[in-house]
Design a protein. Sequence first.
Lengths: 280, 295
Amino acid sequence: MAKAFALRAISVLSGDDFWRGIVSIAVFLIFWEVGSRSQALFGVAFPWVSQVPPPSAVLQELIVLVQEPSFWISALLSTLRVFEGFLAAMVIGIPLGLAMAVSRTFYGITFPVFEVLRPIPPLAWVPASIIFWPTQELSIAFVTFLGAFFTIVINVIGGAQAIDVRYFQAARSMGSSTWDIFRRIILPATLPSIVVGATVGVGITWAVVVAAEMISGGGSAGSMGGAAGGGVGFFIWNSYVGGSYTQIVAGMISIGIAGYISSAALRKIGKWLTPWLSES
Amino acid sequence: MNIQQMAQASQVASGPLGSQITVSNVSKVYGAGDFAKEVVRDCSFTLDSGKLTVMIGPSGCGKSTLIRMLAGFERPSTGTITLDGKPVTGPGLDRLVVFQESALFPWMSTYDNIMFGPRARGEDTPEMRAFAEGLLHKIGLDGFRKKYPAQLSGGMQRRAELARSMINKPAVMILDEPFRGLDAMTKKLMQEYYSNLYEEFRRTTFFVTTDIDEAIYLADRILIMTNIPTQLRAVINVDLPRPRHVEDITENDDANAIKMQALSLLHEEAMKSFARGSKAAADFVDAYAKRMNKE
């Protein structure tokens, strides 16, 4: 195991892509650092970037932040909301999408409503969901759910409707029952689209949860004491109100990292679920 | 117990050689009134039990329509199709169609694809598993049982698909240009694999092709069809001994006589569709002219 890991690490480290990635990030950081110090270095303030704190200051801020439990509580709170909303979107969205793809009648009844609700941005739901749901926490989770839900359903419907008719004919002619066709044809044939929907959906979920936390004032912020209870979105908003620009950027970067980890994890799971797509 | 005995142990009610299909005065018209298009006209023939009947005709004639009617996906406009005397009214497990392009399930390994039918019917028994193993061996895919279709070559995919159909022991097997699109070498190999499988199991088979050499190599009887609307132009019995080998056929005088007879009939039909502007038919006429010049 350790040996396999070491071999993999070596192959990653010696790959061109790895070094290109390192160079691209390094160049990006250098431009940013120089740009935000442009006033001091060149006597001219570069537009936009000179207003942003330099990466070195952000890094220092991050080092301080990761030692504070309140930062981790914020991150954990947002992660939980993302997880709840995403899970609910999967649990409700996948069966709904499959049902809509399989049954013409069900599709005819549900699709018009679905299509009217789908273009409404999740954030437009925030005021309504604060009114509808008893707790702040539930309303944030609901908006998060909406972010992933529509993407997942649309992908499931698309995937299931695109299944080659010959698979059904072949299965039927070999004696498959309707349930057998659903289990052994429709489900695996739709799986790649489900994975795509989930990977895209989780990214939207992060975007939505942060904005929802900002707008709604961070949910359980009051009960847990100030910035700590509000999630990363509220943390950023609080930093803005408090005028700490390094904290704003540090918060933004932590969301970027969290989003990347979520998508990467889902891609891994997806690869494991659909081995026939990658093995050749 | 060899493969054949296993196959017979798992026999469906159709008897060891499969069923007999009788097609009587079948016509198929699409559309109605001024837009009516007659695709098949007054076709009558039988698919004899345990025999391999090959249908050959110019591209774009109603061969696929006939297949869909035999499979039960479509009903004839007039005339009847019966299976062992009972009228065919819809798709059934007694008739199994192998399609032109591979319809293997991409998410299943070769072995799981072959076992699809038995599992669908709740027959994942030791006998069936042994039968699947035997078939895997016979089609030369022993080492590829765990591979997914995307990891197989085109020829391997067709072989796997033939095995997936054969394991179900259908009373009638219907093959719609199963080797179309393969390169010449692979095609020849496939014909040999298929011929071996057929000779071992001897099920009633309806095989559609546009390749005259393939037809003569495989057939007990060749049905030559006319251009659209498809009618039966001629029936040629191929009484060459089995098991056959590709080399024997190319050097056999009887086979060559059959070939010339079939070619001249097909040529006439191709000329007719050529006159109506069919690209495929034009290609056929060119190829025919070249062949005639050589011989």
